[in-house]
Design a binder for this molecule. Structure first.
Ligand code: VAH
Length: 312
């Protein structure tokens, strides 16, 4: 059976639905610190778990005979800058809990999300390589970079089967923005439909690696289904699909909402975005476990507007 910790978050919500589709509702136990959407709560087992509580996780693993854990709980970049120690404690202690349970043989396989936030201002910004200079300047990025080191250590030292992906900014219509710097690209669709205008907290030229959620979920499922010997990198894999800036996503939206207006009022999140790469080289993931993206910016815009327009 599968346990998803942080099942009510941006990725967790959609990952739970996909894994329940694949493996069956009662094979996938969703958990979070609070209850989730009606769909999530109705479609299968749910447990309240604080990701920092080792015993709470262990109890659920034993009572449901869990074999695979997807640890999706984390505090993202913008919120992490407001609460550095809370972000560090949540992001690291939750990972140690799961790695140690696997080291003790109580979990067979772990998925743990990393992020392009592990890269910093000194990292090459174009076609950022799988292995390169990484001096992250956010608490979130530091926690993800450190987490990658620990995943590789537990894999090499204790044989723990842990798999990880450096997600770019993710866009979906099933959850609202949750404290991420890239979340402007989620909010812009809601504001375009509701007000036909959006005040963007990044400037027009801020190009960032992005991905529609369906591609991110497929990457997650695929890396976990790969044969263990194909997973040659146990820190975390670069994956990519598209890169765009606020001006480009605005032009995509205008094809559906011609009188949509954007204005720019950069805030503290501009410095976070400026510390990240613009495009990512994901050739290693493509070679090792067959990653390939599918959804383009205009396809994403059509899906987002189609699925959000009823709510406005
Ligand atoms: C954030 N959405 O903005 C996350 C992600 C690369 C960005 O890690 O913090």
């Amino acid at each position: 059976r599968i346990l998803i910790i942080g099942a009510c978050g941006q990725i967790g919500t959609e990952l739970t639905a996909k894994l329940r589709d694949i493996y069956g509702n009662n094979k996938v136990i969703a958990s979070d610190i609070y209850e989730g959407s009606d769909e999530l709560m109705k479609s299968g087992p749910f447990e309240i778990i604080d990701a920092m509580d080792y015993d709470a996780i262990q109890d659920v693993i034993i009572s449901y005979e869990i074999t695979d854990v997807y640890l999706m709980a984390a505090m993202l970049s913008a919120t992490g800058e407001k609460f550095p120690m809370k972000a560090w404690n949540l992001n690291m202690n939750s990972l140690f809990n799961v790695l140690n349970l696997a080291k003790e043989g109580k979990i067979d396989k772990i998925f743990w999300p990393s992020s392009i936030a592990v890269f910093g201002p000194t990292t090459p910004k174009s076609d950022t390589p799988q292995r390169t200079v990484m001096e992250p300047s956010t608490v979130y990025g530091i926690s993800k970079q450190t987490g990658e080191r620990w995943c590789e250590y537990y894999s090499k030292r204790y044989g723990v089967d842990v798999r990880s992906i450096r997600y770019p900014g993710l866009i979906s219509y099933k959850t609202l923005p949750g404290g991420g710097t890239t979340d402007y690209a989620v909010d812009i669709y809601h504001k375009a439909l509701k007000h036909k205008k959006y005040i963007c907290f990044l400037n027009a030229e801020t190009t960032l690696p992005m991905m529609f959620m369906d591609d991110a979920i497929r990457a997650t499922v695929n890396i976990m289904m790969a044969a263990e010997e194909d997973i040659k990198i146990t820190s975390s894999y670069n994956v990519a699909s598209m890169s765009f800036n606020p001006e480009e996503i605005t032009n995509s939206i205008k094809k559906h909402i011609p009188d949509f207006e954007i204005s720019y009022e950069p805030d503290f999140r501009q410095a976070i975005a400026d510390s990240w790469p613009q495009t990512i080289d994901d050739s290693t993931a493509r070679e090792d476990w067959g990653w390939e993206h599918q959804i383009s910016l205009d396809e994403m815009t059509a899906i987002m507007i189609e699925n959000l327009k009823e709510s406005y």
